[in-house]
Design a protein around this ligand. Structure first.
Ligand code: SF4
Length: 267
């Protein structure tokens, strides 16, 4: 689809409003057992002040061996987290949400990173075909209801894929959205621990890591895309504009829902 045609179908512009803090960013979340909450405090004390690699190594090798996964969009900075994980254990399962709406460049970049980093367990998951047929037979739901589209293309498939894992590693950073400014390196999402090794990294830190290790960049970054998701909901970002302003541009949506607490939209 050409760029002008895509723009015409994008959701109508709405005045952006400040997002409310989400349940996920709170420490004492519903759905977490007392034992899990107690362990959270132990882990936070044990890894207080730890750098990203130390926290990751501890989570993968010591705290949750064989019971930890990561979810990657293979977007603009995904390579940083994947590079760190691969240094510790390239067999950590990497869940890749193939929504059916991704850029072709993202799929090719995923394959390139798999080869470069030696990742051995990338699990590509898709929306359930029954959901797709019932909810989005013509593939244009994103133009009418982005939350419903994200729910069946991302949230529900991930919920199925991540069941059984005790912990999840994310690449979320504090600088990305207003709601993420209060995040911690270790969190609880219902019964599952969430490890955020890049929580306090800046955009400059990420770029420096990529340059230092000569890591391949997503090909669309050079073309002006800073945060890369599905093709219909991602736009180029002008110099000086907010990092994620190209995602669901013009709407107040800034999260797809996969990082919401299970008491909210759910993983
Ligand atoms: S980002 Fe857009 S196309 Fe992708 S699942 Fe969400 S609404 Fe649908």
């Amino acid at each position: 689809m050409s760029e002008p045609a895509v723009s015409m179908l994008r959701p109508a512009k709405r005045a952006a409003s400040a997002p409310a803090p989400r349940i996920f960013d709170q420490t004492d979340v519903g759905g977490s057992s007392d034992a899990a909450k107690a362990r959270l405090e132990v882990l936070r004390a044990r890894y207080a002040g730890a750098d990203a690699l130390t926290l990751l190594r501890g989570a993968i090798k010591t705290e949750f061996p064989g019971r930890i996964t990561t979810v990657s969009s293979f977007g603009s900075e995904s390579v940083v987290l994947l590079h760190l994980i691969a240094q510790i254990d390239p067999s950590v399962p990497v869940i890749f949400l193939n929504t059916g709406k991704l850029f072709g460049e993202t799929l090719r970049y995923r394959d390139r990173l798999q080869d470069r980093l030696g990742l051995t367990d990338i699990r590509a998951i898709r929306p359930h075909p029954d959901d797709e047929k019932a909810l989005d037979a013509d593939g244009t739901l994103w133009s009418r209801d982005t939350n419903a589209c994200c729910n069946f293309r991302k949230v529900l498939p991930l919920r199925r894929a991540i069941a059984g894992f005790e912990a999840e590693i994310t690449g979320r950073k504090r600088f990305q959205t207003a709601a993420r400014t209060g995040m911690s390196p270790i969190e609880l999402n219902g019964p599952r621990f969430v490890i955020n090794p890049l929580w306090d990294w800046s955009l400059v830190d990420l770029k420096n890591h990529i340059l230092t290790h000569d890591l391949p960049r997503h090909p669309l970054v050079e073309d002006g895309f800073l945060s890369i998701g599905c093709m219909p909901c991602t736009q180029r970002v002008k110099d000086g504009d907010d990092y994620r302003s190209g995602r669901w541009a013009g709407s107040d949506k800034d999260e797809c829902g996969i990082h919401e607490n299970v008491e909210g939209d759910g993983i």
